[in-house]
Design a protein around this ligand. Sequence first.
Ligand code: FRU
Length: 495
Amino acid sequence: MIREKLKKAREYEASAAKKIADEERPLFHLTPMAGWMNDPNGFSIYKGKVHQFYQYYPYETAWGPMHWGHAVSEDFVKWDFLPAAIAPDEAYDNFGCFSGSAVEMQDGRQMLVYTAVKESDGEDGEKIIRQTQCVAYGDGVDYEKYEGNPVIDASTLPEGWSKIDFRDPKIWWDKDEKCYYLVAGNLTDDASGAIVLYRSEDTRNWSFVTVLDRCRNEYGKMWECPDFFELDGRHVIMTSPQFMKARGIEFHNGNGNIVIIGDYDKASHEFTREYVNAIDFGLDFYAMQTLEMTDGRRIMTAWMQSWESSRVVPEGQKWFGQMILPRELSIKDGKLYQLPVREINNYRSGHREFKNVYLGKTEKLQGVEGRVWDMELEVSPNGSDIYKSFKVELVSENDYHTDIVYVPSEGVLRFDRTYNGFANDILSKRDIPVRYDGGKIKLRILLDRFSVEIFVNDGEQAFSAALYTPEKIDDVRFSSNGAARMDVDFWKLTF
Ligand code: FRU
C-alpha cells in the first residue's frame, strides 16, 4: 500500500520534473528528479540493473524532511528516474529517512536499510532526537516498511555511545556465511566517530558484532556514511568524517572523506589499519558509497557537493545536488586508485589527437572545446629544464575561466574556479598533492555542464567540483611557464 505522504511526494516530483528541461540538467551526472539531493543511498545491483537511491527533498532546492529518491541505470551513465521510494511517514522516522543502503535478498526481493530519525518532546519541552536502523522490502519500485521496525537501536551499542548520532547502515550479503552484515557510524563516548559491525541471518534480527575502527579524534568527529569491502586482496573502510581539521594539503577543514586500507581477520572480525588517505581532493565530494558489479568491479559513487557551499543555490536552478560519474576502484602499491567507469567510453565521439604540442604562450587546439567532453593529456618537460608551471583553462572566455595548474617544483596541482561565474563567495581553490615524476604528469578531465572531474596519473588522485559557468562559454586553453610538451586525446561526449 502506498501511504499518503509518499503518494503526495510522487505526484509532486512527477509534475515538478516536467518543468525541468533536459538542457537544464547535466548530461551524465545524476541529479534529483526534483528539488534537493544529498547522499547516495542504496547504490546496488538488483535484478541486473544499477539502482541508485538518494537523500531527497522533492519540494525545495534545500534540505528538508528526508525521503529517498530513486533512479536506475544499465551502465552508470544514463539514468532513468523511478518514483520516490520512501517518505518519512512513521512515528519512528517522523524527522526523516536518513542514509542507508540496499541489497538483493535471497528470496528475490529488494531490501532497503536506512536510518530512521525520530523527533519527540521531552518532559521539559525540549526536542529529543533518536536514530535507529529500519528496513523496508520491495520489488524494485514499491517498498513496505517492516512492521517490526526499528530493527537496530542504540541499546545494542557499547555503554555510553550515542543514540543521536547512530546512522548510515551499509549492508552486504556474505555468500560464504550465508548471512547479512552491515556497518554503521556512531559518535562514541570520546565524542568522535566509530564504525560498528552487525550481523543478521534474516534481515530482521541483528546482533552487534564488533567495533571495526575508531576515530579517536584523529580524523574529524562523527564518521558518517561508512562502507567496508574487500578490494584486491586488502580490506577497505571508507567514511565521511564531520569536522575534520586541515592537515597540510592532505585534509581540508569541515566535511571530509577518507579511505582506510588494512587487513581483516574474518574469524575474529579484527580490522588492522595500515594506511589512511583522502579519497577525493575536490571542492565537492562527500558521502561515497560502493557496490560490487556483476563482473566483480568495485564501483563508487558520491555526492558531488560540499555541505559548506550547499546553502547557496544558483539563481533559477530547479534542482540541487548531483552525483559524481561512478568510479572503478583498485589498489596498487597499497594505495587507492580511481578511474571513471569504463562505460563512459561508449559515449566518446569525434576523437582528436595531438602529439608533441610545444607549449609556451596560451593556445587553443582545433576542435578542443565544448561543455561535455573527455580529455586525456600527458605533459613533459621540453628539454633538460623542468618548466615552472603548466596550465589548462577550462570553460574559458571573456571574464570566465576555471584553471588547473601543475607546479612540478611544489608537487601540486592547483585548482581554481574563482571565475566560473557563480555569484556567491563559495570556496573556490584547492591544491592536490601530486607525486613528482621529473615534470611529467598525466591528467584525465571530464567536463559536464555543471561539473568537472579530474584524475591524475591514471587514477592516483581524483578531484571533483561543481561549476556554474554559462553554457555558451566553452573554450579550452593551454599554456606553460617554461618549455613543456604535451600529447592530447580529446573526445566529445554525446548521449
Ligand atoms: C551525510 C548525512 C548522513 C545522514 C544524511 C541526512 O551527508 O549527514 O549522515 O544520514 O546526510 O540527510
